[in-house]
Design a protein around this ligand. Structure first.
Ligand code: AVJ
Length: 324
């Protein structure tokens, strides 16, 4: 019985060598304050994101799924037979299932490397996928895909490499980060290509609603970052004293998500004090929206040759094939 239950507070407080701890402390120490959106995805954050994907207002997931279903055969054609598919930020492995259904039995992929920062669900999801598709070698990689030195598991990929990067996660990056990612991908996937989902510029009302849902799931997702800090870093954020704020900036073509302090308050994180003024922001996410041409230009600048682009009738979302 002495070995069960939560570790004592002291021990938890000492776990401040984590990347989350380092980055949150650094992000709280600068002006304006910010933290990278990859830290949303602990087990609870990943579950909340899965709920966002089901929301009536959140069009990207279902629109992309429809594009993958409708044009999957053309995508399977450009991907080619016996390829190794590397997915960046694979999450719950839902989208690869949709894609795999489009392959001809004689031209199936050989290996699948789902990379995800959230190790919690990855192993189990990978096991389930392999049970459904026994012909596919599934090799989960629990890592941050921006850290190339953590991707040595990909050495086992000896075939034609194809990247899969759905969901418009690339929208989280600013231009420099997107270029860094695309250059890394072009190098990693040389001789193959990248299939990437990209959310499109559209009327601001539709965008605003997608990040301000009526049920408040997006707000809970945003606030969960503070909950995670409380649990993992012995922080004492009062979740009732921070407000979800998301808006579309048409000049930068991006949704910005913030957590706004509802009052003047001091918060403690891993032994450090941070004072917030009333209304002060912690910037938690950017979600860039692209035009089809704008994204293709970015891909060219990073060293890809852009191929076919698939979109829905309302042009809400796009899926691009880029050759490397
Ligand atoms: C996973 C980055 C594509 O930007 O739309 C959803 C994350 N944030 N609702 C997005 C998110 C708030 C999502 N991406």
């Amino acid at each position: 019985a002495a070995l069960t239950g939560a570790p004592p507070r002291q021990l938890r407080a000492d776990r401040n060598d984590s990347a989350f701890c380092r980055d949150l402390l650094a992000g709280l120490s600068k002006t304006p304050r910010s933290v990278a959106p990859k830290y949303f995805y602990d087990a609870q954050g990943s579950a909340l994101f899965d709920r966002i994907c089901e929301l009536p207002e959140y069009y990207p997931t279902r629109t992309e799924r429809r594009i993958l279903e409708r044009y999957g055969r053309e995508m399977a054609e450009v991907i080619g037979p016996q390829s190794d598919i590397i997915e960046f930020g694979a999450g719950s492995l839902e989208k690869i299932r949709v894609l795999l259904r489009s392959f001809d039995a004689r031209a199936l992929p050989r290996r699948y490397f789902p990379i995800d920062i959230s190790a919690a669900h990855l192993e189990e999801a990978a096991r389930r996928l392999h049970a459904e598709c026994p012909w596919l070698q599934v090799r989960p990689v629990a890592a941050d895909y921006m850290q190339e030195d953590r991707l040595s598991a990909l050495d086992a990929s000896t075939g034609r490499r194809v990247g899969f990067f759905p969901g418009s996660t690339i929208g989280n990056f600013d231009r420099d980060e997107a270029m860094t990612f695309l250059r890394l991908a072009a190098r990693l996937l040389e001789g193959g290509g990248l299939l990437v989902g990209v959310d499109l510029v559209k009327d601001p009302q539709t965008l605003h609603r997608a990040y301000n849902d009526a049920q408040g799931v997006t707000a809970a997702f945003n606030l969960n970052l503070l909950k995670r800090a409380n649990a993992e870093l012995s922080a004492d954020f009062d979740l009732r004293q921070f407000a979800h704020y998301a808006f579309y900036d048409p000049y930068r073509c991006r949704i910005e998500m913030h957590l706004l302090s509802r009052c003047a308050q001091t918060v403690h994180v891993a032994g450090q004090d941070f004072s917030f003024a009333e209304g002060e922001s912690l910037h938690t996410e950017n979600s860039h929206k692209f035009t089809i041409e704008g994204f293709r230009k970015l891909a060219v600048a990073a060293g890809f040759r852009p191929g076919p682009v698939w979109t829905d009738e309302a042009r809400l979302f796009s899926v691009h094939w880029l050759e490397s």
